[in-house]
Design a protein around this ligand. Sequence first.
Ligand SMILES: Cc1ncc(COP(=O)(O)O)c(C=O)c1O
Length: 383
Amino acid sequence: MSLPQLIMLPGPTNVSPRVYAAMCKPMINHRGAEFHQLHSRILENAKKVFQTENDLFVLTSSGTGGVECAASNFLLPGEKIVVPVGGTFGERLAEAFRTYGANVIPIEVRMGSAPTADQIREVLEREKDAKAVAVVYNETSTGTTVRDIQRIGEVAKASGALFIVDAISVLGGDDLPVDKWGIDVCITASQKCLATPPGLALISVSRDAWKLAERAKPRSEYFSLIKCRKFRDEKMETPFTPAVNLFFALDEALQMILEIGLERWIWRHKNASAAYYAAFGRMGLSLFAEEASRSTVVIAINMPQGITAKDFREKLRTKYGVVVAGGFGSLKDSIFRIGNMGIVTPREVLITISSIGAALDELGFKGRLGAGINAALPMVSEF
Ligand SMILES: Cc1ncc(COP(=O)(O)O)c(C=O)c1O
């Protein structure tokens, strides 16, 4: 019998046995008192993790459902939204708003770098009637985080635009105080830094966002926030059948995160990412994202010359049981990506670094694995 693989993907992530166990609890009535208690506790704890007093909803869908929810509730057809695009998820965010009829003003961002507040301000000065700005905080396809996010929020607010953030791959894995940073709509998903299996999206909604949502009938029946609010307020329920077992899982995972402490949970991601970056630098590997925008949760590494991502990932998985991701689109064969999300302990970090070093060595890249491990060790010794 072989051990489970180490899932070092940028989602889904490894899941704690405690969370798996919670999922196996017997079914309950999703229109009964037990669900009301469960739902209420999840909302309360999720708000702590979002650091928000705003309304928050859990949707039975993957993260894209959260994006569609944002795209279908706040803007009327033809209204303008500014969206920086520096990778696959920026493109998808823009496309979701286009699908629901918005007039998307894209800002092209070089892959591996991140948009700045000045770039957004420039566009907003031209597009004075823009109703919203939507940003992917962590571009999962390139391992790039928008470090100017707080200032972008200020710029959006100053021009009266709603500030929408796709934080699907990063909430819980880097700083993101939703209220302090003036984020009107923040979206995440269960299978990333919340260390829960895939299948749930979470979305927070500010008072300003409600003002836009209340102007018109939502264009999605399933993702109608007005309906979500009504069911929550009247019965602490969801409009449609929720994925009850995933709610059990999310409930347990949120409790686990809060027991460890949100600050410490985030710190582990930061520290582990520093360990990865130090180790890979020492091993002679080069990183895809520019240094100032490097992600704490997705480590994107250029494939050494002469080795294909496909061969490397296959060796890593079959021989070492470690699963990492390749690139998207034009980066398919040229980078590989490690998810540093959710369950982040010395075990994940050190096994991943050493397995990567060994697999690359077998494929002909003679990196200095020992130096890499030595660089990482002190950083993960205090988890
Ligand atoms: C930044 C970002 N946005 C959106 C998505 C889509 O989420 P899902 O695959 O859960 O629908 C992902 C998934 O990786 C993501 O990383």
